[in-house]
Design a protein around this ligand. Structure first.
Ligand SMILES: [Zn+2]
Length: 147
């Protein structure tokens, strides 16, 4: 599910580098602030899409959140709720599709889940494998209320 449709997803950040930087800058004490700013970015993005659709009302926003995206899922849900509370979007649902870290091995053409940061291929032992899932931070869909 996480691997499919990555290209059609609405990227929250134009370049993956920007969120790597944000992750690096996030220290333990401002961790929830980091998630709050991401929740705000999601809402801003939803607002843009709704304006584009003639002021439609969103009922749910689905995001894909990777295991190594540097975003804490609980803190994000908490920040999102805090932002929509007492607004017109109070009932807006945040649907998080949590994506486990997966790698692809070019040597044997197989995919595998990465556990405990061990990125070596469990099938053939190759050390040079490539990340294919787990760093997602995308909006997968926005559901609009029926008029
Ligand atoms: Zn392999």
């Amino acid at each position: 599910m996480c691997e499919s449709g990555r290209d059609s997803a609405i990227r929250l950040f134009s370049s993956p580098v920007s969120h790597v930087t944000a992750r690096g800058a996030a220290r333990a004490h401002d961790k929830s602030l980091h998630e709050l700013s991401i929740a705000q970015a999601i809402l801003d993005r939803v607002a843009v899409e709704m304006r584009r659709h003639g002021g439609a009302r969103p009922s749910a926003v689905g995001i894909r959140l990777g295991e190594i995206s540097g975003v804490d899922r609980e803190a994000l849900a908490f920040g999102f709720e805090a932002l929509v509370k007492d607004t017109a979007w109070e009932k807006l649902l945040l649907d998080v599709d949590y994506c486990r870290r997966r790698h692809h091995c070019a040597a044997c053409a197989r995919e595998f889940a990465v556990l405990d940061f061990d990125t070596a291929c469990p099938y053939c032992g190759a050390l040079n494998t490539a990340l294919i899932s787990g760093d997602e931070l995308d909006i997968a869909y926005i559901e609009v209320e029926e008029a």
